[in-house]
Design a protein around this ligand. Structure first.
Ligand code: NDP
Ligand code: HSE
Length: 447
């Protein structure tokens, strides 16, 4: 049997796609390395070569240690964006002020943009995507959510047949790394955070990681992709892990749960919720076993059922893997009619719907509550009364002496309304025998 005649590799004859890198830090450096190391493979996939021809950052000497003299490197980020020889601008400097300016300028110049900047897109995505559609260019952002895990492509393309029912994920590597190390090695929070910074996982401002802001940025983008709503970060409910104590991790384990910073979005049953964190994932659930800087996103579609996406959510080459995938995508689609490209946010821009986001007070879930009290008669009865008066039913309870005197009481509640739980906490904290603030974690069963 004759084998089919293969056409000559067209890409070999085509001009390379020229890329300008804004930023050569952790992700920019990784992008350079992966593009250089896998240049042949990437050209065969993209149909033509993809070459970085210019980069801009503040510390040019540092850049030279990475790229040598092979390309033009300077500090002029605006000149790079305006360079007529650049086809794709890759924004990897972070932040949402200069980055916004540069991305909009690149679009105005008719250049495609690839970015890993979730903070930028969560705050200015609507403006940026509208400008890009108007100009007929692409803005690709696979690296902005879950690092190397191709979750954006999965939702935007692979699951496009489905009505998405909910999305829940561990989408911040730094906090997952901190929680894992605190639990498995008993290390203190600050020490593990410093290690996450050293490994390049943390944001330039790590409070974005530990206070849940980075997860909320990413969840905001996932919500738009999954549910066809505009990007609306300002309506996300955000909580982090900085107030979490070592003993909460131990108590949760004893109760069969594991504490994770989860981003959850679940309309219409409970409407949208963003960065509901910290949340205690069910011990047996898949997400509970995701450790270290790994990310995992569970997406439930009405046709496909639950699907799981897992991999490295941060770090140099894992994130570069997603940036380069976007470069290949943009290269492949560069000559396609803009009207026939995959929409930036999965839904056609004129078919987005502005589904209201449920305020967190109206969300219903189960809770872990820990409080420190004087060990005396009547304490439990008073607390139980406050909970019962607000229709909060107790599922289980642990009481144990505290190492600093008094007793720690831990409740797991059945499903209750967050607004009622807030009221109950306020009343409990005002009781004379209650010695501490109440620690409250949400318990997610993800079914
Ligand atoms: P880094 O801090 O490692 O790198 C930032 C780069 O941008 C540096 O080269 C820096 O140059 C340059 N830069 C910053 N400000 C300016 C400026 N005003 N003018 C010129 N150059 C500037 O950050 P990351 O690589 O970690 O992150 C980049 C982006 O990727 C961020 O949006 C981040 O959220 C996102 N991201 C990061 C991940 C990670 O694992 N690190 C994963 C997924 C997304 P210089 O060093 O000279 O100051
Ligand atoms: N700081 C982020 C994290 C980087 O820890 O997940 C990846 O977006």
């Amino acid at each position: 049997m004759n084998s089919p005649q293969r056409p000559p590799a067209e890409g070999a004859a085509m001009n390379p796609m020229k890329v300008g890198l804004l930023g050569l830090g952790v992700v920019g450096g990784g992008t350079w390395t992966v593009l250089s190391r896998n240049a042949e493979e990437i050209a065969r996939r993209a149909g033509r070569r993809i070459e970085v021809t210019r980069a801009a950052m503040r510390d040019v000497a540092k850049a030279r240690t990475r790229v040598g003299d092979s390309i033009l490197v300077d500090t002029d980020v605006h000149a790079l964006v305006r360079d007529p020889n650049i086809d794709i601008v890759v924004e990897l400097i972070g932040g949402d002020t200069l980055a916004r300016e540069l991305v909009l300028e690149a679009i105005a110049q008719g250049k495609h943009v690839v970015t890993a900047n979730k903070a930028l897109l969560a705050k200015h995505g609507n403006e940026i995507f509208a400008a890009a559609s108007e100009r007929g260019v692409m803005v690709a952002f696979e690296a902005a959510v879950a690092g190397g895990v191709p979750i954006i492509k999965a939702i935007r393309e692979g699951l496009t047949a489905n009505r998405i029912q909910w999305v829940a994920g561990i989408i911040n590597g730094t906090t997952n790394f901190i929680l894992s190390e605190m639990r498995s090695r008993g290390l203190p929070f600050a020490e593990v955070l410093a290690e996450a910074q050293r490994l390049g996982y943390a944001e330039a401002d790590p409070t974005f990681d530990v206070e849940g802001v980075d997860a909320a940025h990413k969840l905001t983008l996932l919500a738009s992709l999954a549910f066809g709503v505009p990007v609306q970060f300002e309506r996300a409910h955000i909580e982090g892990i900085s107030q979490l104590a070592q003993e909460d991790i131990a108590h949760a384990e004893r109760l069969g749960y594991r504490i994770k910073l989860l981003g959850i979005n679940a309309p219409p049953r409970r409407s949208h919720r963003a960065a509901r964190a910290p949340g205690a994932g069910a011990g047996r659930a898949l997400l509970a076993n995701v450790e270290g800087a790994m990310n995992a996103v569970l997406v439930k579609g009405d046709a496909v059922g639950p699907t799981l996406y897992y991999g490295q959510g941060a770090g140099e080459e894992p994130t570069a893997s997603a940036v380069v995938a976007d470069l290949v995508d943009v290269t492949r689609l560069h000559t396609a009619d803009p009207g026939n490209r995959v929409p930036h946010l999965a839904f056609q821009p004129d078919a987005m719907s502005d589904t209201p986001i449920l305020p967190i007070e109206q969300v219903s879930t189960s809770y872990y509550l820990r409080l420190r009290v004087d060990d005396q008669p009547g304490v439990l009865a008073d607390i139980a009364r406050i909970l019962a008066d607000r229709a909060i039913s107790i599922g289980s309870m642990i009481q144990q002496p505290s190492h600093i005197g008094g007793a720690d009481i831990i409740f797991l509640t059945h499903e209750a309304l967050e607004g009622n739980v807030n009221q109950a906490i306020e009343r409990i904290e005002a009781l004379p025998f209650v010695r501490s603030r109440v620690t409250r974690l949400r318990v997610e069963n993800l079914t």
